[in-house]
Design a protein around this ligand. Structure first.
Ligand code: SF4
Ligand code: MG
Length: 334
């Protein structure tokens, strides 16, 4: 069996007043059934825009210019909106960083989960209610019977995220997209929610696309990792290889900015400079302005993909010009 999801050369434009920015620029990847795939990078690098494109839920200013998104061979970007509505929730579900903004404050928790079941399944009445209670139990909400009639404000942040996960699971999606699912939670609760996601992924065999700026979270959750920078994927590898042998200078900066698990949950802010504005024209490597290794070629030519080992790909001139890399390494020795 082939991959569950294939994304090919996705380009997304954002119209910001008179300026147009390229939020996602030629992104390609695939996700296998049952796999946890992580998109890693700082905020503003295009991770969320990529995810929202797959769901066709871009903000009004966003436009998919080119690209293909295939779910089990089904061309999602070509589907009529009504057919896409059946895919959302039922085949691909999404949870976000801030559960409060996604929950309806004037509906009970139970009603909100039941509503998803009504939209996507034949379950009604007591059958639907029974399923809601099962879901609340599955995501670790104690006393589901009693909590069914509670409102979101009666739940803590971690419990609200569990409710969002229950809603996402309601229709047993093939793919769960989790966009910074624990970033708004404190560290203990983060660990519990990650553990829950891991268990549910394992039990239900769904694929997970995890979006995160947090290397600690990615190392705990992902089987494969893609690093995004300024709208592009710059490195991609399996988890062991990625953590043992990171190659792209941007990826290495991410590692260098992370002294240990104690920093988990903090923003990556050690890196010199910031992500460049996406309306900038790039003639070479997008990371050149922040890269310690940049040389003339980096400013003039867009780097191509190099394969480090099978399944480990990097987009950087250092890997295309090993002699230069050796000189640079020698020059930076203390
Ligand atoms: Fe740095 Fe050049 Fe590699 Fe870009 S291509 S990451 S500027 S060394
Ligand atoms: Mg984001």
């Amino acid at each position: 069996s082939g991959p569950l999801l294939v994304v090919e050369n996705l380009r997304v434009r954002l119209d910001a007043g008179k300026t147009q920015v390229r939020a996602v620029d030629g992104v390609s990847f695939s996700i296998d059934p049952h796999e946890t795939f992580a998109l890693l990078g700082e905020s503003g690098c295009g991770k969320s825009m990529t995810a929202l494109s797959l769901m066709r839920l871009l903000p009004e200013a966003g436009h998919i210019e080119t690209g293909k998104v295939l779910l089990d061979g089904l061309d999602l970007l070509g589907l009529p909106e009504i057919a896409m509505r059946a895919v959302r929730g039922k085949r691909i579900a999404m949870i976000f960083q801030e559960p409060m903004t996604s929950l309806n404050p004037v509906m009970t928790i139970g009603q909100q989960i039941a509503e998803t079941l009504h939209r996507h399944t034949d379950l009604r009445g007591e059958a639907a209610q029974g399923r809601v209670l099962e879901l609340l139990d599955a995501v670790g909400i104690p006393a589901p019977q009693a909590r069914y009639h509670d409102y979101p404000f009666q739940f803590s942040g971690g419990m609200k995220q569990r409710v969002m996960i229950a809603i996402a699971l309601a229709c047993e999606p093939d793919l769960l997209i989790a966009d910074e699912p624990t970033t708004a939670l404190d560290v203990t609760i983060q660990a519990q929610v990650l553990e829950l996601l891991r268990r549910l992924q394992h039990e239900r065999g769904m694929a997970v696309m995890l979006i995160s700026h947090d290397l600690g979270v990615v190392s705990e959750m992902a089987q494969r990792v893609a690093v995004m920078y300024a709208g592009e994927i710059v490195e991609m590898a399996g988890r062991e290889e990625f953590f043992a042998n990171p190659q792209h200078p941007y990826t290495r900066k991410l590692f260098a900015s992370l002294p240990g698990a104690a920093r988990r949950g903090q923003q990556l802010e050690i890196i010199r400079g910031s992500v460049p504005p996406l309306d900038q024209e790039f003639s070479g490597c997008r990371f050149a302005g922040r890269c310690d290794f940049a040389w003339q070629k980096c400013r003039e030519e867009v780097p191509a993909w190099s394969e480090v080992t099978s399944g480990h790909q990097v987009r950087c001139h250092l890997l295309e010009s090993p002699e230069h890399a050796a000189c640079e390494a020698a020059a930076t020795l203390p």
